[in-house]
Ligand binder design. Sequence first.
Ligand SMILES: Cc1cc2nc3c(=O)[nH]c(=O)nc-3n(C[C@H](O)[C@H](O)[C@H](O)COP(=O)(O)OP(=O)(O)OC[C@H]3O[C@@H](n4cnc5c(N)ncnc54)[C@H](O)[C@@H]3O)c2cc1C
Length: 468
Amino acid sequence: MNKELYDVIIVGGGVAGYGAAVYASRFRLKTLILAKEVGGLIITTHIVENYPGYSSLTGLELANHLKEHAEYLGVKTEEEEVVDVKRTNNYFEVVCASGKKYQSKTIFLGTGTIRRKLNVPGEQEFYGKGVSYCATCLPPTEMVMTNNEAKHISSIDYDERVLTIDGTYERVIGTMSRDYNGQLIEVKTGMFTEPTLLTPEHPVLRVRIKKGTGSNYWRFSYSEPEWVQTKELNVKDLVLYPVIKETFDREEIKISDVLDVPIKNGFAHNKRETYTSRKMPNSILVDKNFLRLVGYYLSEGCITSRGVNWYFPKKEKSYINDVNKSLEASFGLSPTNKDEGNVTRIMVFTKILRDLFQKMFGKYAHNKQLPHWMMLLPQDKQIEIIRGLWRGDGCTTTGAFTLVTNSKIMAYQVRDLLLRQGIIPQISRRPKEILNRKYSFGDRKILFKHDKYHIVVGGSYLKRMSEV
Ligand SMILES: Cc1cc2nc3c(=O)[nH]c(=O)nc-3n(C[C@H](O)[C@H](O)[C@H](O)COP(=O)(O)OP(=O)(O)OC[C@H]3O[C@@H](n4cnc5c(N)ncnc54)[C@H](O)[C@@H]3O)c2cc1C
């Protein structure tokens, strides 16, 4: 037994162990590091470029710096494998494979993680020279929800924020890719019918349903959520999808934050003014009127060369009045209404409003979307967007509320808005190739240029959806 008594023994000589050693010694604690291998996992890395203070160095160089820093502060390192830690009356006794024993008042375990090996020929030989371990990969075309759009994982940019498992958006700080030609598993759920392709080891959060027996046959119970590898999933398992948790309210937005326009006395003006140009108040209240109007625009609105139009069946008087009133309340505009057959067209001829709506919500039906900040608004405000949308593009069928859109991103955004309201919608895609085979109008074929997305709310969510 080594008679010396330490304040702290750190088991592990990786960055975690040496980080702890630096702090322990600064508190004047008598510290010893016991490590099987000085430097730990980082020594298998040939280049490290994200360590503050060093633009680029090898893993081995970093390991040497760690050890030198600790020695400078008086921390000793012993190359030992620890096989046991025992609690004696007053201290911990650390037992090493060499037979040596050490005593300490405190133990810090910084032993890192071990990767599970495949045990295939060449794995050991080529480790660090092309063979690496990464279980959490998606194929390049899998979709990820970002703050800008739903996009392929391969085109994610630095600085974008992505929706993460706990419902918060996190900034992307780096990306990695690797060649892969192994098996991929297609996971298709009953509610989100577009499949997701995952590597067999990719973690998924799963809940199991347990059916009752006998007279309790229909009494389901659910297991606690657990992380499993995709290959361990079974038919009838439930997989979890994050609900956006972040809430960020906005009382108002400024036109000048979206458009490059001159502001005079609180009003946004056109860059080139003519005698018909209209100015608009620079501040827009993000209130219920405005948000419903946004919903109406996403479903029934269209950008013209001179302004914005909304189209409604003539009989939908209450929606027509609502759009007129909201335009007046939010922007001080008096729209022109024109009946054309069975349709009423609501028109505003304001270039600034046109540019604002085009920039914030997209121009064509297939690229309409909500700006990210609207996805984070409080739920009672978001209800107004859903209302406007459904009044325009929605319909009720037997036992279901259905919304149809050809904007993929909007379909996903509506799903996420509904999830925040406690409603799980079913979302499915109708590919344009199939639609083009199916639909014609008399002799005339209808040409679909984009896929259609159906968002359907039914079953136990009907009541909540009716309230919305
Ligand atoms: C190929 C590769 C490239 C990487 N590149 C980077 C990079 O560029 N930048 C970056 O920031 N990170 C990188 N990492 C990650 C980084 O290496 C780890 O995050 C980091 O090393 C973890 O440090 P740690 O101290 O927690 O554990 P480890 O580094 O694993 O250290 C564990 C320590 O505990 C010791 N130990 C374990 N069991 C015992 C025992 N029974 N007795 C005594 N000692 C024991 C080990 O010998 C080792 O010293 C990379 C990892 C790999 C595999």
